[in-house]
Design a protein around this ligand. Structure first.
Ligand SMILES: N[C@@H](CCC(=O)N[C@@H](CS)C(=O)NCC(=O)O)C(=O)O
Length: 362
């Protein structure tokens, strides 16, 4: 099938080359290709990147030539479906680059400037709103990497329903991220992408134990803390949802779930011990919202001291976190202050946790 497609097949419009794309998903590989000068030079259409022959952490990726239909397949989609698997590790991409016969001529086939370690320059745009806690993790991370930041998408005005947005994310949610030719939805997928591409230490893929813990923290924060707790409490104060029948019961549930999360994952300063990770970028925008005086004064919910210290530690370590507090009146903190302007900070001092530092014990 496609792995054997090449100039030797007599498909005169095809060029073949090997491309190494570390820490990529098949989709990332697609963007890597899209960013290559050669890709642009040959004006690709219907380019499908897909992994095949996945084994031992490697997979081949093929790009279907619009001028060539391999024998035995009726359509590129047919080929995509067969044996599609991918890993998050190294992809060795076998790309069949297809030039339109009338396309511009170029002498060079491979671009020596494109190396594994130097992704092409691009700007990460995280579409969303500064008050959206799902949005702010990816925004702070993009800023922390020095690679981009927030691009306003006002869901109150229905901007997420525009065709150009739906083309990037058919589920019309913020955050949605654009990075050159790549577009990705879902906050946790965006966090992983940005970290893998621009700040690997926040999601160290060569350390499965660390990534396992980070992923566990990310997923359980979403499905337990946010969906079962935060949504029915802090979102009520924000005006994002209506109050549950029993607000006290909802508060108690949130406290119980958050306590379990904090105890389980924060055995050091952050989820990954002394080191920051994408799990912290995910959790802190929600927790800083829950800590605002308006939450206690409106629904009577207080978050544990450990949450407060976690947020403080994160803010001290991540300069871009200033945007959680100040964004022209629309940051999480400013917005919640506008909901209960008379509310005073309920707790100004709290019990600090003594960390058992990994470094101190060595
Ligand atoms: N699971 C998604 C949730 C995103 C989400 O719920 N976004 C809301 C705003 S915070 C949204 O886009 N609402 C508008 C809509 O769905 O049309 C993620 O983690 O990114």
């Amino acid at each position: 099938m496609i792995a054997s497609v090449g100039p030797e097949h007599g498909a005169s419009c095809c060029l073949c080359f090997l491309l190494s794309a570390p820490h990529s998903t098949a989709r990332d590989l697609g963007s890597t290709l899209a960013d290559l000068p050669i890709y642009n030079a040959f004006s690709f259409s219907k380019c499908l990147i897909f992994p095949r022959h996945a084994s031992a952490g490697r997979a081949h990726a093929g790009c279907v030539c619009p001028h060539f239909v391999p024998s035995g397949s009726r359509s590129p989609r047919y080929m995509m479906g067969s044996g599609m698997r991918h890993t998050r590790s190294v992809y060795l991409g076998f790309a069949v680059l297809c030039a339109k016969k009338e396309g511009p001529k170029t002498k060079s086939v491979a671009n020596p400037a494109v190396k594994e370690s130097s992704p092409p320059p691009s700007k990460v745009e995280v579409l969303g709103l500064p008050v959206s806690q799902n949005t702010m993790g990816p925004v702070l991370l993009a800023m922390d990497c020095g690679k981009g930041g927030l691009e306003m998408c006002d869901i109150m005005k229905g901007e997420q329903m525009k065709p150009e947005f739906l083309a990037m994310n058919p589920f019309h949610h913020i955050p949605t991220m654009k990075d050159g030719g790549v577009s990705i939805g879902e906050s946790t997928a965006i966090l992983r992408y940005i970290a893998m591409r621009y700040k690997p230490e926040y999601y160290p893929v060569d350390d499965p134990v660390a990534c396992g813990k980070i992923d566990f923290a990310l997923d359980s924060f979403t499905t337990e803390v946010y969906e079962k707790g935060h949504y029915h409490t802090v979102y009520v104060v924000l005006g994002f949802t209506s109050a549950p029948a029993d607000q006290k019961a909802a508060n108690d549930k949130y406290s119980e779930l958050l306590d379990a999360w904090l105890k389980h994952f924060l055995q050091g300063k952050f989820v990954n011990g002394d080191k920051l990770s994408i799990a912290d970028f995910k959790a802190v925008p929600f927790l800083i919202a829950g800590l605002q005086p308006a939450v206690e004064s409106t629904i009577g919910l207080t978050l544990p001291d450990r949450a407060r210290q976690y947020v403080e530690d994160f803010c001290a370590a991540v300069p871009s976190s200033g945007m959680l507090k100040s964004a022209g009146g629309y940051s999480i903190v400013e917005f919640l202050a506008s909901k209960a302007p008379d509310a005073k900070a309920a707790v100004n001092s709290y019990t600090k946790v003594e960390y058992i530092s990994c470094r101190a014990s060595s």
